[in-house]
Design a protein around this ligand. Structure first.
Ligand code: PLP
Length: 360
């Protein structure tokens, strides 16, 4: 008998952005700039770091498995009940949990392509059939096509808004239509990892749209604008019954004491979040213009990264940028494009200067 199911046999491990230390080992570059994992270039809030430091001496104790303080604080922030919130080791764990809790191999999942690769990994891990619905020509989620891909077996439909790796968003009217029209037994997961960076007037806050459908999970994370990616903490907001089932399946103590303390403190540092948002808005505009002035196409981004179409094989440009000490992100599904996280002004200047060196 096979050791694993065929979909796991065919699975490639998730590959993150290249760590700075790896580039140092491989090419001996010591001052590399990493613009590859959509991290906050301002780092964590000093208050979050201090809060994590304070709980280090409790390291011999298991975390509060119910994460009472953090869930209470998030419930108050969003005006929801504590029982409507589930924490995960990053929103990544919650995506996986949604599939493991609600789907069997007899069911079906819908997501976009290209979108966040973890949707596919979660489906393949569980042996759950899926439809990967192409983005539009403008690299935006095609919500009508996704709704049309729903079958009687569909259990979960994922939408990343803004999308990764394109940065594009879907507007409120289209999202409302989807939430209203998809059959009620489907769980729509709105993955809003980059929510705080979005500023388009028509960008919807799906926590405000919960009245439109019962089976809606809204996912947020502390990894992006809060600058706490290393701590691994994200959360889902949804109806009590969905949260209750996922809570039964999740691993005990899935969010560490340090992560909980850091997240609680980060929620109190609005100024840090606001600085990150303003820096990102300014740099998103500036980097986009600089790339466009080279005749390149940049997908309209609402996130903390841009996808640029170089109109030539991107892998070679990626490798050449590495030699210049600039780490960005190539995608096999977008062979002429690179995804570039927006860093500090200095980091972005390094990227633009390196690109000018590398492009003929
Ligand atoms: C769209 C999207 N969802 C979820 C995640 C997962 O983030 P985390 O597990 O760090 O919360 C990411 C990370 O890049 C993402 O881009």
């Amino acid at each position: 008998m096979a050791l694993v199911i065929p979909t796991i046999e065919g699975l490639a491990p998730y590959e993150g952005g290249k760590p700075i230390e790896e580039l140092a080992r491989e090419l001996g570059i010591s001052d590399a700039v990493k613009l590859a994992s959509n991290e906050n270039p301002l780092g964590p809030s000093p208050r979050a770091v201090e809060a994590a430091r304070r709980v280090l001496t409790d390291a011999h104790r298991y975390p509060d498995g119910a994460a009472y303080e953090l869930r209470t604080k998030l419930a108050a922030k969003h005006g929801v009940a504590m029982e409507e919130i589930l924490l995960g080791a990053g929103s990544n764990e919650l995506l996986d949990l949604a599939v493991r809790t609600f789907c069997t191999p007899a069911q079906h999942i819908v997501f976009a392509e290209p979108s966040f690769v973890v949707y596919r990994i979660a489906a393949l891990s569980g042996g759950v059939p899926f439809s990967a619905v192409p983005l539009t020509a403008g690299l935006v989620h095609d919500l009508p096509a996704m709704a049309a891909a729903v079958t009687p077996e569909t259990r979960v439909l994922f939408v990343a808004n803004p999308n990764n790796p394109t940065g594009t968003h879907v507007g409120r009217a289209a999202v409302e239509k989807l939430l209203r029209e998809v059959p009620p037994d489907v769980i729509v997961v709105m993955d809003e990892a980059y929510f705080e960076y979005a500023d388009a007037p028509d960008y919807p806050d799906c926590l405000q749209l919960r009245s439109l459908r019962e089976r809606l999970l809204v996912l947020r994370t502390f990894s992006k604008i809060y600058g706490l990616a290393a701590f691994r903490v994200g959360y889902a907001v949804g109806p009590r019954n969905l949260i209750d089932y996922m809570n039964r399946v999740r691993a005990p103590f899935n969010v560490s004491t340090l992560a909980q303390a850091a997240a609680v403190a980060a929620l109190d540092d609005d100024a840090h979040v606001q600085n990150a948002r303003l820096l990102n808005q300014a740099e998103r505009k500036r980097v986009t213009r600089a790339l466009e002035s080279r005749g390149l196409w940049v997908a309209p981004s609402q996130a903390n990264f841009v996808l640029v179409d170089l109109k030539r094989p991107a892998r070679a440009v990626y490798d050449a940028l590495l030699k210049q000490g600039v780490i960005v992100r190539p995608f096999a599904s977008l062979p002429t494009s690179l995804r570039v996280t927006l860093g500090t002004e200095r980091e972005n200047d390094r990227f633009l200067a390196a690109l000018a060196e590398v492009l003929p």
